[in-house]
Design a protein around this ligand. Sequence first.
Ligand code: CP
Length: 319
Amino acid sequence: MAGPLGKDLLGLAPLSAEQIQLVLDTAVPFREISERAIKKVPTLRGATIVNLFFEASTRTRISFEFAEKRLSADTVNVASAGSSVSKGETLVDTARNLEAMKIDMVVIRHGGSGAAKFLAERIESNVVNAGDGTNEHPTQGLLDMLTLRDRFGDLRGKKICIVGDVLHSRVARSNIWGLTKLGADVAVCGPRSLLPNAIEAMGVTVFNRIEAAIEWADALNVLRLQLERMQAGYIPSLREYNRVFGVTSARLEKAPRDLLILHPGPMNRGVEIDSDVADGPHSVILDQVTNGVAVRMAVLYLLAGGKPELAEAAKKGVA
Ligand code: CP
């Protein structure tokens, strides 16, 4: 079934600004469901959703599962270990076998860039990209934007700097696509070895010094150094990285304004971000996690054909 987002959510690059705003607006009423004693509405009762997680995840996997359960969908979790993927079965064969058991949606995290699109083109179920290689992580981008919108309101003209390992980051790409569509000024900051070639072509400003980024920005979205995706030689050492690019309270104290601090997690404390910043008064890192459940509820609802104007009614359990 195709809703106002189309059949699948593969990234923020293909979405319009209106579609992005629609997801954020739809997430707001869904947020309240997680505050209730009984955190459940019948909106997706009867729908079956498979979570295919072929890469490690804490926040995204659990957040999708909470979102699905709070909308009363039936859920099945599949990881590569323990499934026939570990015996060499292809991704498409796995998904087609699941479809033969009559499923409605697949949420997929995969190490290969383009894996979600590849799957979406070959199965009838709705596909949601929960992070594919270094390509996109659209629901992370959406929850980051909801968190920024909660604090700033309209994002037009707000200065958001993405700091760190942009090269390996699907979160950075989804943030750049999404934030620029909503009219924010976006910058990246990091060692040149961790910035993609021609990143400026995505419409972002490049800062080579963290001090300059801090002076410019209204918010920093601090990325994890993805050590598992680095072969060697990107940075001299973790200590050196922290010394030159670390987001530290000493650096933030020199900022001309209070900066909002985001991090998609998991964090390398003491490397890209110091603990007193991560746990400090300007950090919205746990708000991001809370918003993640609401954003994913909104995405599932809209992909299932839910009408945006009925999101309020769905929250009350009558749509
Ligand atoms: N932000 C994020 O994708 O975290 P996980 O890898 O824990 O899902």
